[in-house]
Design a protein around this ligand. Structure first.
Ligand SMILES: O=C(O)CCC(=O)/C=C/C=C(\O)C(=O)O
Ligand SMILES: [Fe+2]
Length: 380
C-alpha cells in the first residue's frame, strides 16, 4: 500500500493544506519539531521517546459534511497533526480504538483486546486491508499487560472498522505504513469498562511500551460527545439480535448498505433537529479535554458509565481510548498537551476533537499554528 494520506482534502478534491505526505527523514531534519524532538534519535540525540495524538473519528466524512470552511479547518488540523507525527517518526504505534459491531460481538465481547494480526473491513468508504502488526511485540504486550494485573483478550484474527482505519489513513498515510499494535476498547456494547479500568489498561500498555526503548506513538480514536444510531442488544429484534450475538462478522452487502444509509439518514435529521438524537455536549467535551491536559486522569475514575451516557450520549464511551492513550503517555513522566481543537459538528453527529501530547521535558512547540481551542496549552 502506498503511504499517501486519504485525509479529508483528498476525499473532497480539496488541495492538501500541507505538502507533508512527502516528508522524508532528510527533509524533516529541517522541520522545527524535528529539531526539538530529535528526529535523528539513535544517531545524534534522543529527547522524546513518546508522542500522543487523540482524534475523533466519523464514518460520515464524505457522506454528510459540514460547510467547506469547517471541512477545510478540520483538514488543516489533521494535516498538521500528520506532519508532527511524521517529524517524530514513530518506530511503533499503539492505536486505541473502539469497534461498532463489525469485529467484536456478543458471542464473546471483551472489554479490551490486543490484536496480533488485524484486518480492516473498509466500512463507510474507509480503507480495507491488513494492518502491519508486529506479531511478537503484540504477543509480548498482551503478556506484559496481563502480568501487570490488567486482563486483556488476545486476537490472532482481529477484524476492525473505521475506528481503527481512519486514524491510520489520516495520520500515518495508510493501514500498513507503520508497525501498529491495535488495542480495542469496548465503547458501545454494554456492559463496558470504566474510565478507571481504561486508565489502568493504558498505564500497563505504557509501561510495556517504555520498556522497549523505541520511539512510540500513542493514538486514540473516537468521541467526544455523541450518540449516532448504533444498535443495542436490549431493544434488538430477532434478526438484529442474531447479528449482534455473532452473526455479523460477514455482513451481506445489502445489510451493510442499509446500516450505512441508516447512519447517513440520522445525520441529515440531526442537522435539522439536534434533539432527534442525544444532543452534543460541548461543555462536557471541553471539560474532558481540560482534565486530560491537566494530567489529573484519576478525576474521571468515579464517573459511572450510566452517568456519562446521560451527560453526553451513549457513544461517548469511545473517549476511554483517549483516557488509555493519556495514561500510557503518563508513564513517561509529566506531559504537556498542545494543538487542542474542538468543534461540535452536527453533520458528523459528534463533538469533534483533536489533541497532541508529549513528555514535559521537551520545549513547547510555540512556532506551530493553533486552532480554535477550548483550553490553552496546559503544562501538567
Ligand atoms: O448501524 C450500525 O450498525 C453501525 C453504525 C455505525 O457504525 C456508526 C458509527 C458511528 C461512529 O463510529 C461514530 O460516530 O463514532
Ligand atoms: Fe465511533
Amino acid at each position: 500500500m502506498a503511504c499517501t494520506p486519504r485525509w479529508p482534502s483528498a476525499r473532497h478534491g480539496l488541495p492538501p493544506r500541507r505538502a507533508d505526505s512527502s516528508v522524508s527523514p532528510v527533509q524533516s531534519a529541517r522541520h522545527p519539531l524535528a529539531q526539538r524532538v530529535g528526529h535523528f534519535c539513535g544517531k545524534v540525540i534522543c529527547t522524546v521517546t513518546a508522542y500522543l495524538h487523540c482524534l475523533s473519528h466519523t464514518p460520515l466524512l464524505g457522506h454528510v459534511d459540514p460547510e467547506p470552511a469547517i471541512l477545510a479547518e478540520v483538514d488543516g488540523v489533521i494535516a498538521a497533526a500528520r506532519e508532527r507525527i511524521a517529524a517524530f517518526d514513530p518506530e511503533l504505534v499503539f492505536l486505541f480504538s473502539p469497534d461498532h459491531y463489525n469485529g467484536f460481538f456478543y458471542d464473546i465481547m471483551p472489554p479490551f483486546c490486543i490484536g496480533t494480526q488485524a484486518h480492516a473491513i473498509g466500512d463507510f468508504g474507509t480503507a480495507a486491508g491488513d494492518l502491519s502488526v508486529p506479531q511478537e511485540l503484540a504477543e509480548d504486550c498482551v503478556a506484559a499487560v496481563l502480568a501487570d494485573d490488567v486482563d486483556v483478550a488476545i486476537s490472532y484474527t482481529m477484524q476492525v472498522d473505521h475506528g481503527f482505519a481512519q486514524p491510520l489513513e489520516f495520520l500515518l498515510g495508510g493501514l500498513d505504513c507503520k508497525p501498529v499494535i491495535p488495542v480495542f476498547i469496548n465503547g458501545v456494547a454494554v456492559p463496558m469498562p470504566s474510565f478507571r479500568r481504561a486508565r489502568r489498561l493504558g498505564e500497563a500498555v505504557g509501561r510495556y511500551a517504555r520498556s522497549l526503548d523505541k520511539r512510540v506513538l500513542f493514538l486514540a480514536s473516537g468521541g467526544l460527545s455523541h450518540q449516532p444510531p448504533v444498535p443495542e442488544l436490549a431493544n434488538a429484534n430477532a434478526h438484529l439480535r442474531e447479528r449482534l450475538t455473532g452473526g455479523g462478522y460477514h455482513l451481506p452487502p445489502d445489510e451493510r448498505e442499509a446500516r450505512t444509509q441508516r447512519v447517513i439518514h440520522a445525520a441529515h435529521r440531526f442537522v435539522q433537529d439536534q434533539n432527534s438524537l442525544h444532543p452534543l455536549n460541548p461543555q462536557w467535551d471541553q471539560g474532558f479535554m481540560a482534565t486530560l491536559a491537566s494530567g489529573r486522569l484519576e478525576e474521571l475514575d468515579g464517573l459511572a458509565n450510566a452517568e456519562l451516557s446521560a451527560l453526553a450520549g451513549k457513544s461517548t464511551h469511545e473517549v476511554k481510548t483517549w483516557m488509555a492513550a493519556f495514561a500510557a503517555l503518563s508513564v513517561y513522566g509529566n506531559y504537556q498537551t498542545s494543538h487542542h481543537y474542538y468543534r461540535p459538528i452536527p453533520e458528523w453527529i459528534a463533538g469533534y476533537a483533536s489533541m497532541s501530547g508529549q513528555p514535559l521535558d521537551v520545549p513547547p512547540q510555540t512556532a506551530w499554528p493553533s486552532y480554535p481551542s477550548p483550553t490553552q496549552e496546559t503544562p501538567r
